[in-house]
Design a protein around this ligand. Structure first.
Ligand code: NAD
Length: 518
């Protein structure tokens, strides 16, 4: 416990928009079971997006330190893979308990470094915690198959074995959930792991690793290296790393997919999105508007499953006014404020980019029904805030539609018919999620059958599957073939060995022909 206390005091979690820190703490790497300060010559500031205070400083890990982390993971592998599966599960059982106990501390760190509201930060942790809970049943999840007597006295069975050293590269928007999509599944399957958190909010990963160690994860099974492109490229190129899990933008994801595949690695790469909500006029108006607000503006629109585009069909377009009214009522402020609905976006650059895309929309002829660009938040004047913004009359050729905005901006389109709306959605290059709002079962079923997106919501705005399913983005939102968590996640982190055995005492004669079963 004192280790955690030490570490979390290093990672400033002050709820106050604290005053300037003269000497921000340095975020440690985790190598072979020790939290160590990097000898890096360059560090990046981790900045509280609501205040611009420097929370901590994150190193661009040196190449030697990176190699030491991989080597620690490699060394830890033989004994960890031979550790009984029940023991590995029990580490997860303890880990989930420790995460629950430290939920508030973790949430405060997330709000401080990432900006989302405390309540949303709890959700971030909880959705990751569910993956840890699922990993507690790993023995059942990784069971093999058996066919007796495939030939006389011969049986064949398959077993799932861990790969070795695996690595994970994380985005900024879910500092707890996404690391927890990765390493708990990997290590409970018997792999060892090297995690590269987002350089924008590395604190939660460090705290989670501390809890995992406290839960009994042996030294070297989980390692953390901080950094940016060079560290990522080192992961892609390293011959000792067998698999890479990535979540983030398409630019980084496709680069990593190509570079790591060139080294023969397995890759699962979850990337960008443009998720559409299709609204039919027969939908429940109140429930639908609330769902659109929550999914469009929650987490300041920085969720890969945010509904960033609404397609109103027919008369449903007249609901736009009500949507604007309700969006105006949302409270934009620092995430630690008890009444906050949405906090700041991650960085000054992110805010500039979002504002630029809004302006492109206006220039291209969209109507700006609600403009959150010039918002000033009392007490947080320096924060990167963007208020809820609604663009109407958007068409598929507009830049604000083609690009993922990743901010609190709802782009509204109109379709004359249900078929036209489906066609618009399917023409989009991304295929992460899509949701329909309707009271018609037939319409919902048609939507489910025809929409080319990996995750469909029927009156559910953010249909992120629980861990007994998998996260199943498709088209440009995913590269690889084995999705995150669920059965596919276990498949990703294991390889199959197929054993054919013969136990009989009858002497055989020599035959050089291909064995056939008879
Ligand atoms: P990002 O791609 O900028 O960063 C993700 C990671 O990649 C970071 O660890 C970063 O250090 C590294 N990285 C960035 N650029 C790189 C480069 N050129 N070469 C090597 N490494 C690089 O993404 P982000 O801004 O942190 O996250 C937001 C994006 O993530 C959005 O596009 C969002 O849709 C996506 N996302 C997708 C999912 C999903 O499950 N599909 C979930 C969350 C976020």
């Amino acid at each position: 416990h004192h280790l955690l206390a030490l570490r979390s005091s290093m990672l400033s979690t002050s709820p106050e928009p604290s005053t300037h820190q003269p000497n921000p703490p340095r975020v440690p790497n985790l190598i072979g079971g020790s939290f160590v300060e990097s000898q890096a010559s360059s560090y990046i500031d981790v900045i509280n997006p609501a205040t611009q205070d420097v929370v901590s400083r994150v190193p661009l890990t040196t190449s030697d330190e990176f190699k030491a982390a991989v080597s620690a993971a490699k060394q830890a592998f033989p004994s960890w893979r031979n550790t009984p599966i029940t023991t590995r599960q029990r580490v997860m059982l303890k880990f989930q308990e420790l995460i629950r106990k430290n939920m508030d501390k973790l949430a405060l760190n997330i709000t401080t470094e990432q900006g989302k509201t405390l309540k949303d930060a709890h959700g971030d942790i909880f959705r990751g915690l569910e993956v840890v809970e699922h990993a507690c049943g790993m023995a059942t999840l990784q069971m093999g198959e058996y066919v007796p007597n495939v030939s006389n006295g011969v049986d064949t069975y398959s077993i799932r074995e861990p790969l070795g050293v695996c690595a994970g590269i994380c985005p900024f928007n879910f500092p707890a959930m996404i690391p927890l999509w990765m390493f708990p599944v990997a290590v409970t399957c018997g792999n060892t792991f090297v995690l590269k958190p987002s350089e924008k909010d590395p604190g939660a990963s460090v705290m989670l690793a501390e809890l995992a160690m406290e839960a009994g994860l042996p030294n070297g099974v989980l390692n953390i290296v901080h950094g940016t492109n060079d560290t990522v490229n080192a992961i892609c190129d390293d011959d000792d790393i067998r698999a890479v899990s990535f979540v983030g933008s398409n630019t980084a994801g496709m680069h990593i997919y190509a570079r790591a595949a060139a080294k023969g690695k397995r890759i699962q790469s979850n990337m960008g999105a443009k998720n559409h909500g299709l609204v039919l006029p027969d939908a429940n108006i109140d429930a639908t508007l609330n769902a659109l607000l929550a999914a469009g503006f929650g987490a300041a629109g920085q969720r890969c499953m945010a509904l960033s585009t609404v397609v109103f069909v027919g008369d449903a377009k007249s609901w736009e006014d009500k949507l604007v009214e309700r969006a105006k009522a949302l409270k934009v402020t620092g995430g630690t404020e008890p009444d906050a609905d949405l906090g700041p976006v991650i960085s000054k650059q992110a805010k500039e980019r979002i504002c630029r895309l809004i302006q492109y929309g206006v220039d291209d002829g969209a109507k700006l029904l609600l403009d959150g660009r010039d918002i000033v938040v009392p007490g947080y004047e320096k924060g990167n805030f963007v208020g809820p913004t609604i663009l109407s009359g958007v068409t598929p050729d507009m830049e604000c539609y083609k690009e993922e905005i990743f901010g609190p901006v709802l782009v509204c389109m109109q379709a004359e018919s249900f078929d036209e709306a489906i066609a618009i959605i399917n023409r989009n290059k991304y295929g992460n999620g899509a949701a329909i709002f309707t009271s018609s079962g037939a319409a919902a079923r048609k939507f489910q059958m025809e929409i080319e997106a990996g995750q469909i919501g029927i009156n559910v705005p953010i249909p992120v599957p629980l861990p007994f399913f998998s996260f199943t983005g498709n088209k440009a939102s995913f590269a690889g073939d084995l999705n995150f968590y669920g059965k596919a996640g276990v498949d990703f982190f294991t390889q199959i060995k197929t054993v054919t055995q013969q136990w009989k005492d009858i002497p055989t004669s020599v035959s050089l022909a291909m064995p056939t079963s008879q």
